[in-house]
Design a protein around this ligand. Structure first.
Ligand code: DLZ
Length: 163
């Protein structure tokens, strides 16, 4: 698997636009809070490191990953000045089909919200077989998916502003 060969947060900083002119929303699921908290810290740190002002970052918790897409829609319908929304969650495979339903719903939901509002809505959701895989991607040996989500948000915000 490619993720075993590289640190997922190994992106080139030289190609990241300056984030000073952008406003971002971050929505964080409370389920698996140890993991989503690490994703959030990574995303926040990366936005700040890339020039985004603290006053231009609006953070909100939601109960679980399933709620991320509806929260993104509520946020975008109320805060027209946001350039992008970062959704952070972690779904860990269990004994029931919950995993499949939540993963399918959030992936489709985030896509739909992004298209409806014509704004980048970033999929910072870990979908793992176990806790260890999640830890590896939330500041562990495969980097921090929250960092990647923040970089993606800045790049997509720049893309959207270029028109
Ligand atoms: C119910 C549930 C389960 C079983 N597993 C997770 C999970 O691994 N990660 C997560 O973020 N949320 C989980 N949830 C909660 C759902 O996302 C959602 O909050 C509830 O089904 C209520 O809509």
């Amino acid at each position: 698997m490619s993720s075993q060969l590289k640190n997922l947060s190994d992106f080139s900083h030289t190609s990241v636009p300056n984030g000073a002119k952008f406003k971002f929303g971050i929505i964080v699921a409370e389920w698996n809070a140890e993991i989503t908290g690490a994703l959030y810290n990574g995303a926040l740190k990366t936005l700040l490191e890339n020039g985004v002002a603290e006053k231009n970052i609006y953070s909100f918790p939601v109960p679980g990953t399933f709620e991320l897409s509806s929260a993104a829609a509520i946020l975008l319908s109320n805060e027209k000045s946001l350039d992008a929304v970062i959704c952070l969650g972690c779904v860990i495979q269990g004994d029931t089909k919950h995993f499949d339903f939540i993963c399918d719903a959030v992936a489709q939901g985030i896509t739909n919200v992004s298209i409806k509002y014509s704004k980048p809505v970033i999929f910072g959701v870990l979908t793992t077989n176990n806790l260890e895989q999640a830890q590896d991607r939330a500041g562990g040996k495969h980097g921090n998916k929250g960092d990647e989500a923040a970089i993606t948000a800045i790049k997509m915000a720049e893309f959207a502003r270029s028109f």
